[in-house]
Design a protein around this ligand. Sequence first.
Ligand SMILES: Cc1ncc(COP(=O)(O)O)c(C=O)c1O
Length: 413
Amino acid sequence: MTANEIFEELNPPPRLMMGPGPVNVDPRVLNAMSMPLLGQFDPAFTEYMNEVMVLYRQVFQTENRWTFMIDGTARAAIETFMVSVIEPGDKVLVPVFGRFGHLLTEIAERCAADVEIIEVEWGEVFDPQQIEDAVKRVRPKVVALCQGDTSTTVAQPLAEIGEICARYDALSYVDATASLVGMDLPVDKWKIDCVSVSLQKCLAGPPGIAPITFNDRVAEIVNRRKHIEKGIRPDGFEAAGGPMVASNYFDLGMLMDYWSEARLNHHTEATSMLYAARECARVVLKEGLQASFDRHALASRAMVAGLEGLGLRVFGDKSHKMPNVTGVYIPDGIDGEAARAEMLHDFGIEIGTSFGPLHGKIWRIGAMGYNCQKHNILICLAALEATLRQHDVSMPAGGGVDAALVEYRAVGQ
Ligand SMILES: Cc1ncc(COP(=O)(O)O)c(C=O)c1O
């Protein structure tokens, strides 16, 4: 490559992305992203912003007025919540059951929180009683945890967590990046104070915008430190007493002003990403949330049956398995990264590697969003079988596809 080279037209190779995300984007979303741009105060555009809020209230199953988009990937919304709510020295409790619990911990530490973690082994989840005991002991301002942690492929049951936190006057925050619309998360019913996600998993969109929802308990805490940039301050505005949020881009108070009727200018909204978010939600709501949960659950049963049909062993506590990602042990003597590279080279299929204590031990195979369809599960299993045969792993011929098909046939597909 030379410094003044002009490259070929962008032409990415076709891929079937069966990893833990990102995954192939629904063509309807790609289409929406190619629509003409509008100015951020064009009434047509502000109407799209309003529509996005209406759509995501349904996706999150909430009546939270504060339901909008943070520009950036999933962690942009995590940082927005934390930097806007946590003040230096505040106690934060993080139940860690995988890599993304450590991410929540790290972000809270960057906000100068006094962070306490509780941990279970990767592949397991917490009994709600363990979380309650820790909340009782630590008395945190915030309890932050994941729903599905893609690094371990298991999902924490959350139905009781919001209630537990409320009982001890703690705010509950859930990172549902990897699970929303792949499994149920009724935000209001489960009394969770704040949830954030991104598009690149079960919502079948690209990374780059992060939906968030939070209730008035959170809004009230944010407003106690409300500040507005000097150049756009309305006459007579006086900043609240609390410490100024240490980020302009992620200041939730200013973002609330931008997204509400006040429409106070903040960043320039990422137009094409907003179109993508709108289409992702529209597509999933048109299918129906329950239909989306069922589609992911069926794919999970088929993937597990298929992998076991090949004589492979599935990782983690199966009773808490995420429907959209499956961990599978790499057979003895196989170089997991070499086999993954061959899947990509020979079949154009990407499956996932793993992190931390699981690195080199398991692959993570995803089936989510637009990719969560019967033919993709079958193609992936057939390709995995062929790849492992190249390495002399002996397996029942066609055992993966046959077993997966049994699951689909059982529901008439
Ligand atoms: C549960 C969870 N949280 C957070 C993230 C971080 O997402 P991003 O890379 O979009 O910032 C991921 C990404 O895989 C995730 O699975």
